[in-house]
Write a protein that binds this ligand. Structure first.
Ligand code: ZN
Length: 148
């Protein structure tokens, strides 16, 4: 399905992303494309600034109340989603965090090692990096064993 904007006469293939939904229209979409709709709105605001400001002033409380409600609803929804995601993926999240810490630990000790030995990252190839990381890891495990 494609649709031609009745304002700029451009025909769009992807109707859904170029026109706003308008259930009252026969095809379910606005007659003007999103770009033109935006332009119309912008012009209206510019030409009717006083009217709009007047409206906002008059309905300030109502608008603020609506906004508050919207944020509250969406905040709770977002938190709920986050909580559910964590509950459902607890194990995965823990593993990921652990992995991230491990990786960053390696990265950190690699950087330290290179710094201590005056090595520059761009002079050391990936293979050498891996070898150094493995050595450092082994060393860390050995130290742990000795300390225990
Ligand atoms: Zn248009």
């Amino acid at each position: 399905m494609c649709k031609t904007c009745n304002k700029c006469n451009i025909t769009y293939d992807d109707v859904e992303s170029n026109f706003y939904k308008r259930p009252k229209n026969s095809d379910g979409f606005d007659g003007t494309c999103r770009k033109c709709s935006f332009e119309i709105q912008r012009k209206y605001l510019k030409n009717n600034k006083e009217k709009v400001v007047e409206y906002l002033k008059k309905n300030r409380e109502k608008i603020l109340e609506q906004r508050k409600k919207y944020y509250k609803n969406n905040r709770e929804k977002a938190l709920e989603k986050q909580r559910k995601h964590y509950e459902n993926n607890r194990e995965k999240v823990i593993v990921r965090v652990k992995k991230w810490r491990q990786e960053n630990k390696d990265e950190h000790s690699l950087k330290n090692f290179m710094k201590r030995n005056g090595l520059k990252k761009e002079l050391v190839d990936q293979n050498t990096c891996n070898v150094i990381t493995t050595i450092l890891k082994t060393k860390r495990v050995l130290i742990k064993k000795v300390n225990n």
